[in-house]
Design a protein around this ligand. Structure first.
Ligand code: UDP
Length: 319
């Protein structure tokens, strides 16, 4: 079976991708610096190299004998990217250059990249398809646009085929409990809410309740991490069949509001979840919703988790 290098394979999404690749009989090598990933997320039947994408010689060594790359390693705190863009420029853009150069040097011709709905900025229409204009509101989103552009050039000049997966709101954990690492410094709604459920925090802050939505709170497209992982496997398979480069949104196409998330979690965990309303968070659009037609058509992908309560229930595996 082909050998896949999963860069960032000890992280939240990466470890789910590794599990899915192993289940599909791929041979897997993980490359991760463990800066935000977890050692307990490593699978015994995957090789592991501890290394940084900024360390070119080490990355180049890891690329030997590889057929395809899944590239997830990146800094991902949107707020921090606005305060410390230098860190994001180096890790997310220089890091991407290193990955593509190491691929070129070792003649590895297929890459699946973790992009984000953050490339779009404020929606001009919803659901958003991949043709929606790119207008990132934060530096993090800009770094994702830049890597997509780099990949277009390395496709044209070096014949490296890519699939850029633009994730909407990743949520949940492996239903078998095989991925155990919790987010070290949660910034996202659901891991924060889980800290309220488990008593680590006293209440959840809801950022804004005066949005133009059905209940005044923001609507997001929450997609289960195992469904995301499946899309990576399908993308690798498709690229190794020799197909063209592709950009794909990954979402369920259904919006859930912050309040609806709280109500669903109260039902799942049979607990009252204290909330406090706070100011709107800057840069938050009212609604983010994916059109997933490309994923369905080009990858033959379909989300298995379409009910938010089922997604939330999977957090109980590790919290
Ligand atoms: N949110 C919230 N309280 C929190 C964290 C997030 O009300 O403590 C809201 C946030 O304003 C957004 C939604 O939850 O409307 C999802 O936010 P998250 O940071 O998880 O993902 P984003 O959509 O920003 O990528």
């Amino acid at each position: 079976m082909p050998k896949v290098l999963v860069i960032g394979g000890a992280g939240y999404i990466g470890s789910h991708v590794v599990k899915a690749l192993l289940q599909s009989q791929y041979s897997v090598r993980v490359y991760d610096d463990l800066s935000s990933g977890h050692e307990i997320n490593l699978f015994a039947n995957a090789e592991f190299i501890k290394g940084d994408i900024l360390d070119y010689p080490s990355l180049n060594e890891a690329m030997k004998g590889i057929d395809a790359v899944v590239f997830l390693a990146a800094k991902k705190a949107v707020g921090e990217s606005m305060i410390n863009p230098e860190k994001y420029a180096v890790n997310n853009i220089v890091g991407s250059v290193n990955v593509l150069n190491a691929m070129a040097e070792n003649e590895v011709k297929a890459i699946v990249f973790s992009s984000s709905a953050a490339v779009y900025g404020i929606p001009q229409y919803v659901p958003m398809d991949e043709k929606h204009p790119l207008n990132p509101l934060n530096f993090y989103g800009f770094t994702k646009v830049e890597t997509e552009r780099l990949m277009q050039w390395y496709d044209a000049l070096k014949g490296i085929k890519y699939t850029s997966l633009r994730y909407f709101n990743a949520a949940g954990y492996d239903a078998d409990g095989d991925v155990k690492g919790k987010d070290k410094e949660p910034q996202n709604l659901l891991p924060i809410l889980m800290e309220v459920v488990t008593g680590k925090r006293d209440f959840l802050q809801i950022f804004g309740n005066d949005y133009d939505t059905r209940d005044g709170t923001c609507l997001r497209d929450y997609i289960h991490v195992t469904d995301l992982a499946t899309a990576h496997v399908l993308s690798i398979k498709r690229l190794l069949e020799g197909k063209e480069s592709l950009i794909v949104n990954l979402g369920t196409g259904t919006g859930t509001s912050v309040k609806e998330i709280v109500i669903a979690a109260e039902k799942v965990f049979e607990k009252n979840i204290p909330v406090k309303y706070a100011e709107r968070r800057s840069g938050d659009p009212a609604v983010l919703l994916a059109s997933n037609e490309t994923a369905r058509k080009e990858l033959g992908w379909e989300p298995k988790y379409t009910n938010i309560e089922d997604i939330i229930r999977t957090f109980a595996k590790i919290y």
